[in-house]
Design a protein around this ligand. Structure first.
Ligand code: AMP
Ligand code: ZN
Length: 152
């Protein structure tokens, strides 16, 4: 993959680029030269925050290692600030949706920080356990297909 620049690069049709340019307002909680963090308008739970790179990148598949290191290294600091903002926060789901099928609706990569309060707050995830349907050979075949696809 070509080396990406960490300098801001905007897509004119992108709503999050419009937020970065100041054309659309946001409730910004943190920003520096690499990322901006602002409240998700949906507030899935109170404090739901999005962290976006300041350069337009569509999804996780489009990151190079330098941009990923720069963006993801900032997540713990922002997550701790969200956590510290309310003593009722007892956990946090950190999510990154890639592709329509994976519930991505804005195609400027973003990381959701979803504070969790109780078992009965407004957020749910379901991880189905399909392990009964997999033999050791099935796991090994999947393992091999992924391993041979790794970039250098
Ligand atoms: P995803 O479905 O993972 O692509 O998440 C996109 C998120 O962006 C959704 O949770 C929306 O609520 C949020 N969103 C869309 N437009 C705005 C906006 N103008 N300000 C803040 N959040 C937004
Ligand atoms: Zn964008």
């Amino acid at each position: 993959m070509d080396k990406m620049t960490l300098e801001p690069h905007y897509d004119d049709d992108c709503i999050f680029c419009k937020i970065l340019k100041g054309d659309i307002p946001s409730y910004t909680v943190y920003e520096d030269n690499i990322v901006k963090a602002f409240l998700d308008i949906s507030q899935g739970t109170p404090g739901h925050t999005l962290v976006i790179p300041k350069t337009h990148v569509k999804d996780i598949f489009a990151y190079d290692a330098d941009l990923a290191a720069a963006v993801f290294s900032r997540i713990p600091k922002i997550a701790r600030a969200v956590q510290a903002s309310d003593p009722a926060i007892t956990g946090m789901n950190i999510l990154n949706n890639n592709g329509k099928v994976a519930y991505q609706s804005v195609f400027h990569s973003h990381i959701h920080l979803v504070p969790r309060y109780t078992d009965h707050d407004d957020f749910k995830m379901i991880f189905k356990d399909n392990s009964d349907n997999y033999s050791p050979a099935d796991y090994a075949a999947i393992q091999d297909k992924i391993k041979v696809s790794l970039e250098d």
